[in-house]
Design a protein around this ligand. Structure first.
Ligand SMILES: *Cc1c(COP(=O)(O)O)cnc(C)c1O
Length: 388
């Protein structure tokens, strides 16, 4: 079946909920047993599967399990787990496979908080993180060590949208016995088939497009069967759990993910192409543009573009970044992305082993569901304000 069909049906079982179309919100900690026999059965089940039907709220509810089932199916993974945030999914996916004395490779374009914990808690735990050029491809061979347990990837990169050759990286990582974790938030399960390209664990900030309405924090990690036990143990041992209300919102958002992505991705390309024609702009960073260094890989591996990209102002306009952003009316100044609304944010990404080319001049846009002509008019007006 095609994605648009699967997205409507994945994880739904109305027959289990008196015909209700959507899985209800199960708010529960305690689960009552009718008698000692049921108590014993639930405990046996919990000990043997770690994924009992309904045992205790922390082990999941029908609401969280519906989301897990839907995400695993859409992504083509074995199983999925939910987390209270995207960051908790990213971090748990690393901690599941790396410990004291281990080496983890992380792209220089990684999402900020993952960079941060690499230098704080991971360091304290004796996990050595080495940053690598996101464009390294099969050159990752030279970075592999006997202690390398995880090769972390993210494509396109946070803020600056560098593409990564995931199949090439995964081939090397697997030859060395390392697990490939990918932050697949930008593409969602619909636009990047992580498991077809050699990824072992695909993590998502479901806060973004999956929930899609800027009203919940949520993470998801989907895994192959081979990595399932390790990820499950880490997830449950760390007490990772997502609120059933947030899982419900994510399930509700998920049903319209396909149409939202088509609309927002298409509009984002139009805005990006328009920005390329602007005299104030030196570079538009989006792998969906033919001139982008990552375009060939994007075209080869991805099934579309979402609505997030960045651009840089020419040096003579860099000092006007504040004025430009303040002049925008439809693009609201805010972090996060993936909702129905357009957003703008200044970017000054930190780098360790590569150079960021546009300090003081970078602007990230998230294109929402507004009319694209109105959005372009808003940007046009802001450029006019800068000129005056
Ligand atoms: C936002 C984001 C995260 C973190 O998600 P939260 O839900 O905010 O914790 C992780 N990776 C990427 C690429 C993101 O954009």
């Amino acid at each position: 079946m095609k994605d648009d069909t699967r997205i409507v049906h994945a994880g739904r079982h109305p027959e289990n909920f008196r015909g209700a179309v959507n899985t209800p919100v199960y708010r529960t900690s305690t689960v009552i047993s009718q008698n000692m026999d049921e108590w014993d059965r639930k405990h046996r089940e919990q000990a043997s599967t770690y994924e009992p039907d309904l045992f205790y709220g922390r082990y999941g509810t029908p609401t969280s399990k519906a989301l897990q089932e839907a995400m695993a199916e859409l992504e083509g993974g074995f199983k999925a787990f939910v987390y209270p945030s995207g960051v908790s999914a990213c971090v748990t996916a690393i901690l599941a496979f790396a410990g004291q004395g281990d080496h983890v490779l992380v792209p220089d374009s990684v999402y900020g908080p993952v960079r941060r914990i690499s230098g704080t808690m991971f360091k304290r735990f004796g996990i050595e993180v080495e940053f690598y050029d996101p464009g390294i491809g099969s050159g990752i061979e030279a970075r592999m060590r006997p202690q390398t347990r995880v090769v972390y990837t993210e494509a396109p990169g946070s803020m600056t949208f560098e593409m990564q050759d995931i199949p090439a990286i995964a081939a090397v990582a697997h030859r060395h016995g390392a697990v490939v974790v990918m932050d697949n938030t930008w593409a969602t399960p619909l636009l990047y088939r992580a498991f077809d390209h050699g990824v072992d664990v695909s993590v998502h900030a479901a806060t973004k497009y999956v929930t899609g309405h800027s009203d919940a924090m949520l993470g998801v990690a989907t895994t192959t069967e081979a990595c399932y036990e390790r990820l499950k143990a880490a997830t449950l041992d760390l007490g990772q759990v997502a609120s059933p209300d947030d899982c419900y919102l994510a399930l509700r958002g998920l049903r319209t993910l396909g149409v939202r992505l088509r609309q927002q991705g298409g509009a984002a390309i139009r805005v990006a192409e328009w920005l390329e024609t602007r005299p104030e702009v030196t570079q538009v960073m989006s792998p969906a543009l033919p001139g982008d260094p990552g375009h060939a890989i994007w075209k080869r591996d991805f099934l579309g573009a979402s609505g997030l990209f960045a651009f840089a102002l020419k040096p003579e306009f860099a000092g006007s970044r504040r004025t430009f952003i303040d002049a925008l009316k439809l693009f609201a100044l805010g972090g996060s992305w993936g909702g129905y609304e357009s957003l703008v944010m200044p970017i000054d990404p930190p780098r360790t082993v590569t150079q960021y080319a546009y300090p003081g001049a970078g602007v990230r846009l998230h294109v929402g569901l507004e009319d694209v002509d109105d959005l372009i008019a808003d940007l046009d007006r802001a450029f006019a304000t800068v000129a005056s």
